[in-house]
Ligand binder design. Structure first.
Ligand SMILES: [Fe+2]
Length: 104
């Protein structure tokens, strides 16, 4: 359903917000696809079928990354927060707290 992605009246939202909503919906769908492939791969006994599903899951990683990067380019505080968390070693909760402080 087209309206299920909105919590507020869509006609009252700006075009920019509607684009963000579409991209966040896409991001959720890519994670869902990654999740479904993960489960199928873990149970599939046929190696060729498993290889095809692994290839498809790899595509979903790419889609997720592109969606996320688009959103981070539009949302400075989100980008600032994630810059402190992603691709770093150390305590994830502490990194998250640091990211949150930087974004304030
Ligand atoms: Fe996808």
């Amino acid at each position: 359903m087209a309206s299920e992605q909105y919590h507020e009246p869509a006609e009252e939202l700006s075009a920019e917000t509607r684009t963000l909503v579409r991209m966040m919906t896409s991001l959720k769908e890519e994670v869902e696809a990654i999740n479904w492939y993960e489960q199928r791969i873990s149970l599939e006994p046929d190696p060729e079928a498993r290889a095809i599903m692994q290839n498809a899951q790899q595509e979903e990683f790419k889609h997720f990354g592109m969606d996320l990067e688009f959103l981070l380019r539009k949302k400075d505080k989100w980008r600032t927060t994630l810059k402190e968390i992603l691709f770093k070693s150390g305590d994830i909760v502490e990194l998250g707290e640091k990211g949150e402080e930087k974004a304030e």
